[in-house]
Design a protein around this ligand. Sequence first.
Ligand code: SAH
Length: 249
Amino acid sequence: MDDFSLLLDLHRRNYRQGPGGDAQTELAITLAGLNRKQPLKLADIGCGTGASTLCLARHLNAEITAVDFLPDFLESLKQQAESEDHSGRIETLEASMEELPFSENAYDVLWAEGAIYNMGFQNGIENWKRFLKPGGILVASEITWLTHDRPDEIQAHWNREYPEIDVASAKIGQLEAAGYSPIGYFTLPESCWLENYYAPLKDGFEAFLERNGNTDTAEAIVASELAEIELFEKFKAFYSYGVYIARKS
Ligand code: SAH
């Protein structure tokens, strides 16, 4: 198996493919001021296996389009949606977040947890805005510096991995400049990383290596995930995901 198929094999079995939490998805619903009874048209972009999609389906009266470019993730989401009796309200869509086949002014809410970085925050907020109805809500989580000053090691790491990382005030300024009114912001607590994302990932390493015959490539993937976890444990005071909630103005 190549690197990509191995990564897919490692991550598709997990409930989440990135840091997050049901309590934080619910907090974002509250801060967004979404009416839980009102019919809403919502798209969850970069939904993975659907942790946020399913949480949104449980709490809102929404017709949800769950978008990802990986069909395997969408298949897991479909199965879970069926087992929770939500399949009538969740439609999966295999598409690139950079070329969404949506009509203009079509959605009340666009949601993206741990995903917008794949096309870049600036690019995403500009590109997706046309799909929101006037007054529609964008909720996006994005890697964010928690402090003004950072140790060189972590600064250099993120400059390499995702140079768009910035402090919340800068991200909020980008939203304003792109024609949104920011209405809420909070950061994901470390439990969203360590308990909800990294712990289940770590628990799966042994079985993953066994399934894949302990090849060097599989070992390298585990080593790289472990390095990421170690980095977070060392520098978690300096970065997290920020959750940005904004209204199309
Ligand atoms: N929202 C989920 C998944 C986050 S991981 C969660 O919080 O658990 C990021 C997701 O974005 C992955 O499922 C990945 O397949 C998807 N993705 C990455 N690039 C993409 C692109 N260009 N178009 C659509 N989906 C993409």
